[in-house]
Ligand binder design. Sequence first.
Ligand SMILES: [Zn+2]
Length: 587
Amino acid sequence: MNNWTINDIYKKLQNPDVNLKTPFSYVNKIKTKNRTKKLSLGKIWFNILLPDDYPLILDTVDKNKINEILTDIYKKYDLNIATNIVNTLNKEAFKLSTVSPISLSIDNVIPSEEFEKLKQDFIKNSENMTDKQFKNNANKLLKQIIKENVQDTPFIKALESGVSGKLSKETFKTLMVSKGYCSDIIGNITKIPKAVSDGYNVKEYYTAASEARNGFYVKTQAVRTPGYLARKATMAAANIKLDNKECKTKKYLNLTVTNTNIKTILNRYYVNDKDETILITKENSKDLINKKINLRSPLYCKSKNGICSICYGETAKQLNTDNIGILAAGALNMVAVNIMMGLRHKSERFEVIDVDFIDILKNSSANISELNNLLDIQKTNIYAKQDNIIIQIDLKNYSTSSYSDLPDKINLPGIINIEFENNITSLPFAFNVDLMKPDQMNQKGKIFTFTYNSGDLIISKDKYMKSLNPELVSKLLDGTVKYITNEIILLESLVKEMPKIGLVHLELLVSILFRDAKNLNKPARLSNYKNIKLVGVKDLPFITGSFISKLGFQDLNKAIKTSLIDENKGKQLSPIDKVMVRNNNYN
Ligand SMILES: [Zn+2]
């Protein structure tokens, strides 16, 4: 048929024998070069919603494909036309899903006897499986039930579309194969091998319920942390702009390129053996893997007016902005919020990690010989080796969503300072741990002082889920973590938490937090990190930055005092500034 209209498709779908997979002939002057093609009704629907001169799309259009097509459309067409196309697609997609809804029938959820048998074996043996085996076996069963029950139905398209949330393979797995891992509010991880459709016993029911409770909790409480964090970071970085004059620095970030971090350094410059400055592109990036490179970095930029465009790279130019500070805070926000939102959907997406304190400490920047002197460090437990080891915790320093105060322990982020004979060392665990309450403890409001004697259990944890811990990122950016002594340790700690974020954003944030101790107005990068002071994102706007970024902060009086009064002593204030000062009783 020539000249299909969108309504022709809805009319065809009225016929009970026709669905979106039914083939029809389709001709178009440009898309098929006037040749007749057999296409499914769904494909015809999609192609006629795209502009007439847009190439024919024959692939399955899943989440990634639609992103690719939409980006392409915004590139090729005028903004108004592109917006219209997207709006129409949106509108018609709602209409289509009403006219021809994709639904699940009872046949899709009745398993074969063979499948039931395999699943019973899986449930029976799950106790002895490692986490990896458990996941692999569950995924095998998922493949089988999809093949048996939904492969040839329209429902498979919904499962394969790549959307997250209710209609996904993960949900189908929970329904038919296995519920998998559940995490409660304080991070206890329990495995339920049965599927929802198998029915739960009392214990399983309560385990699943505690996960649901965790979901509500994360949704209402924990998602606030990354938002607040990003706000603080925005205020701190707001005045960092791109400087188009090359700073010609000779100090670089030494980075070993890996398969994981290569995507985070595209469009940046590095300096090769011949002292040439080279842009890292998709094409040449493969040659860099497993090599150590000298990356031009905001950490070592010598520009006094922001960060120069060679140290920063091409990302800002592609996005057509000079406001690279705000860009960094935005990236931080996106990564943190997305991960937190994901956290409430599926625990399965997250890797369950077996704790090995010995191993973690070996690979950290912590002072191991000092720690070994104080502590008996075992795989999942840490005991006191000396009498009078003191740990002081002020819960006011933590947001309420980050800790749980229980009768016998406090579950909290594992960056903990340990005091012994007036020396302080830090544990650097990037996940929540159980800090046991010893017999000898003192509580004043929210301040706890724990005194451990030789043999006392101090810290315990056996498994945790690897996901972003916004509370930890917050502590790192607040500059309150004592073991951070230089810019590389801070950068590495942040990368460990957010491995996928563009590295330049983290380097920029780190580069503004390290200040010259003699003159806090000066970033430490300008004096080669000789005499440093780490200033957190919360305090930074009061030291540097524009009046607006200070004003944006909650404490209006403090902003006026620091930026208008203290900094302008003896100077003539502008009329507006005078009014601000007068109205706030600073006269
Ligand atoms: Zn530079």
